[in-house]
Design a protein around this ligand. Structure first.
Ligand SMILES: [Zn+2]
Length: 68
């Protein structure tokens, strides 16, 4: 079932909501009318980060010059 987690931006209440309609307006159960933001169930967020080496490649030359 499409249950999403939301957090109220007013009282920081986190609640889950069964969302049958994607366009349905979600309201905080405590603060009707308050804005909520959707929480991604991403506590195990993919934290892969590309390691970018500090520039050893040589000369800083012309920047973005159009070829022609
Ligand atoms: Zn609230």
């Amino acid at each position: 079932m499409p249950i999403y987690e939301y957090r109220c931006t007013n009282c920081s209440q986190v609640f889950e909501k069964l969302v049958l309609d994607r366009d349905a307006s979600i309201e905080c159960p405590r603060c009707p009318g308050a804005a909520v933001e959707k929480q991604f169930s991403a506590f195990s967020f993919k934290g892969e980060r590309k390691v970018i080496g500090s520039g050893t490649l040589g000369s800083a030359g012309s920047s973005c010059a159009p070829s022609g």
